[in-house]
Design a protein around this ligand. Structure first.
Ligand code: URA
Length: 267
């Protein structure tokens, strides 16, 4: 690729667009680095003197043992967590999910863990990865307005009107691609434990990926608004707010589902 300085404005804009399409949508350093111009082998950095060594990183996961099974390890780690903080730490130390390598944050949850309603989305996007919180981008802002319409909020005073929010995947998939089955399978024990520890009265599966993970079913336009059971508690599948942003006509169905949720809470 030619140097940006040698490009005309149109080529530079087209190159940037191509890079974003390829998933290079984050600047990780202040200056660009031409890795093709680097010597073939990077010299091994000298060990820093002990006194100046970096402090230990509690969030960093060590390498996975070659013969360990990702799902078994996830089940063991999740079962050992007795609190939400311990579960978050167990996720941070879990070595098998490579999504963590490309993500800035482990997006664990937001809202009130004592809430009667727990919402499960798909995975963090770019805004969520930056903020370290689920549902903070455009879809999240719509979700907040939807919840407010029936008197719910993540920061409501007291658990009666509060919600607690998490995702199937705690790390952002590159370029917001769909979660892969193996990623969902290894995150499922953590999600189940997360729900058990928060112990909500009602679970909301936001969109197809949450339905698939919790109910083992897809087809959200058929499933939405129909109460069912998942992870041993009542589940209401709902249309994902990102879908509603693309298909505003479906907001009518989402409103019906919100009223259904409000009626159940008030019953
Ligand atoms: N979509 C999701 O499913 N979760 C988020 O946190 C943000 C967008």
């Amino acid at each position: 690729m030619p140097d940006a300085a040698d490009m005309d404005a149109f080529t530079a804009a087209a190159t940037l667009e191509w890079l974003v399409e390829m998933g290079c949508d984050e600047a990780i350093a202040a200056q660009p680095l031409n890795r093709y111009a680097l010597p073939e082998r990077m010299p091994t950095p000298a060990k820093p003197p002990a006194a100046r060594s970096a402090p230990p990183q509690p969030e960093a996961a060590g390498p996975a043992a070659a013969d360990s099974d990702p799902v078994n390890d996830a089940e063991r780690a999740a079962a050992g967590a007795e609190t939400l903080d311990a579960l978050r730490a167990a996720l941070a130390g879990y070595p098998h999910c490579d999504l963590r390598l490309g993500a800035k944050s482990l997006v664990f949850s937001d809202g009130d863990p004592r809430a009667r309603v727990m919402i499960v989305g798909e995975a963090p996007g770019r805004e969520e990865d930056r903020a370290g919180k689920p549902f903070v981008g455009a879809a999240g802002q719509l979700l907040d307005r939807m919840l407010a319409a029936i008197g719910l909020a993540r920061d409501a005073e007291g658990p009666g009107r509060a919600v607690y929010i998490t995702n199937v995947l705690p790390w952002r998939p590159p370029s917001n691609r769909d979660p892969e089955p193996a990623e969902v399978a290894m995150m499922l024990p953590f999600l189940r434990r997360h729900i058990d520890l928060a112990d909500p009265e009602i679970l909301i599966c936001m969109g197809n990926h949450a339905c698939n993970a919790i109910l083992g079913r897809r087809g959200i336009t058929r499933l939405r608004g129909q109460w069912t059971t998942g992870f041993d508690r009542p589940v209401l599948p709902m249309l994902h707010p990102a879908y509603l942003l693309r298909q505003p006509a479906a907001k009518r169905d989402a409103w019906a589902d919100l009223l259904e949720l409000a009626a159940r809470l008030d019953a």
